[in-house]
Design a protein around this ligand. Structure first.
Ligand code: HEM
Ligand code: SF4
Ligand code: SF4
Length: 355
């Protein structure tokens, strides 16, 4: 479906929701919807990025098929959402590629990068301990600095286009604070009454998706904190890796890796139980590839740590670095982009409520 077709279908459905209003208290989408009388493409895009795909409104709705209105709010909003990420991706076209062949792209990049890292170990540094005995610190910094900054730059361009299209007004720190607060609790996945969502099970409310997402989100942030603290220790205090267990990089990284592993495994499992037709079925494979990629990042990191001091370290190091590099480079084009768009949508929603 083209983005224009998906938006037209969402607009048709939005006009019915607006007349009915039964789902008013379910999530942030319905109050946002009711503040409008007609919906521009930007309004629909914003509503789509605000929807957390909890599926509560689908099971509550009396106008789903076989009714002639044939409403399916979670599905049509998932379609607009994914089409919008493709439209805003920079450079254009890369996101569509990942949608179509996510698993193949991620697996080939991991294998290719891991091979390059394994070959690079042939040029062993003269000094260096731990991982740096296999691969020099300078080489790692030279590869990972641009691999981290370039995707962020691409995401920045996409965010600017998104904010402009959804009619975002002057940015305010209070909006960002409110968005971070809602994102940190994944408030909109808790269901209208706080009993949880209906993601994997029709009429049964469950917090499972929300909790697995919390584990994934906070696990990821802890791993990020571990890397950032290692960088500060290295450059600001001259303390070089390897770090002992009682050190910030390890105290943040090990629990972070375990949380990320458990969270992504749980999200992948729920995904196999949920009805694909209440999301965007044609990109199911690309979404699953992203969840498994995150799982691989955490698992290879934990296995590498467990293998410290053994002869398996060089191979495991190449595999872990290849996986992390793949994850970074795919960020703007894989589902990882959702974190940025959803944060922007929550900020825009706070922005609307304030103005
Ligand atoms: C900025 C804050 C974030 C918000 C508001 C957010 C929100 C959401 C929501 C609403 C979903 C379920 C709906 C959907 O599948 O699109 C989701 C799925 C997911 N999120 Fe996040 N997210 C955030 C950040 C992150 C981060 C930082 C990670 C990990 C690095 C992450 C990993 C995942 C994964 C693995 C899924 C499951 C994907 C799937 O089932 O297809 N999220 N997120
Ligand atoms: S999803 Fe159905 S029940 Fe809910 S507001 Fe829309 S039309 Fe009404
Ligand atoms: S699926 Fe859930 S989050 Fe999305 S519009 Fe319906 S109730 Fe709101």
């Amino acid at each position: 479906m083209q983005i224009s077709d998906a938006i037209a279908e969402a607009r048709r459905q939005a006009e019915i929701w607006n007349a009915c209003r039964y789902c008013e208290g379910y999530c942030a989408v319905f109050p946002a919807l009711q503040s409008e009388r007609s919906f521009s493409d930007g309004d629909i895009t914003q509503l789509a990025n605000l929807c957390h795909n909890c599926r509560g409104c689908y099971y509550a709705c009396q106008y789903t098929e076989p009714h002639e209105f044939a409403l399916n709010v979670p599905k049509v909003l998932a379609e607009v959402r994914h089409e919008s990420w493709k439209k805003y991706a920079w450079p254009a076209g890369f996101a569509g590629l990942f949608d179509r062949s996510g698993v193949v792209i991620a697996a080939s990049l991991i294998a290719g990068f891991a091979g390059i890292f394994a070959l690079a170990q042939g040029m062993k540094p003269e000094t260096g301990e731990g991982f740096y005995a296999s691969l020099s610190h300078t080489l790692m910094v030279a590869i990972f600095t641009p691999a981290f900054l370039l995707p962020l730059f691409a995401i920045g361009i996409s965010m600017r286009a998104y904010w402009r299209d959804v009619g975002g007004e002057s940015f305010n720190l209070a909006d960002l604070r409110s968005a971070l607060f809602d994102a940190g609790r994944i408030k909109n996945l808790s269901g209208g009454h706080g009993d949880g969502c209906n993601f994997e099970d029709e009429d049964r409310f469950s917090q499972a998706r929300r909790y697995f997402h919390q584990a994934t989100l906070y696990g990821f942030l802890l791993c990020f904190g571990a890397t950032a603290s290692g960088t500060v220790l290295h450059y600001a205090f001259g303390l070089e890796a390897p770090y002992g267990f009682i050190s910030l990089p390890k105290l943040l990284g090990v629990p972070g890796g375990i949380l990320l592993c458990l969270g992504t495994a749980g999200l992948a499992w729920l995904k196999t139980k949920a009805d694909p037709d209440l999301g965007a079925p044609k990109i199911w494979g690309g979404e699953m590839a992203f969840v498994l990629l995150l799982f691989a990042v955490s698992l290879t990191g934990l296995v590498l740590y467990a293998a410290t001091g053994t002869s398996a370290v060089p191979v495991l190091l190449a595999l872990h670095l290849g996986t992390v590099l793949t994850f970074f480079l795919l960020t703007p084009y894989s589902k990882m982009a959702h974190g940025f768009y959803r944060l922007a949508a929550l900020a825009r929603d706070a922005n609307c409520r304030r103005n």
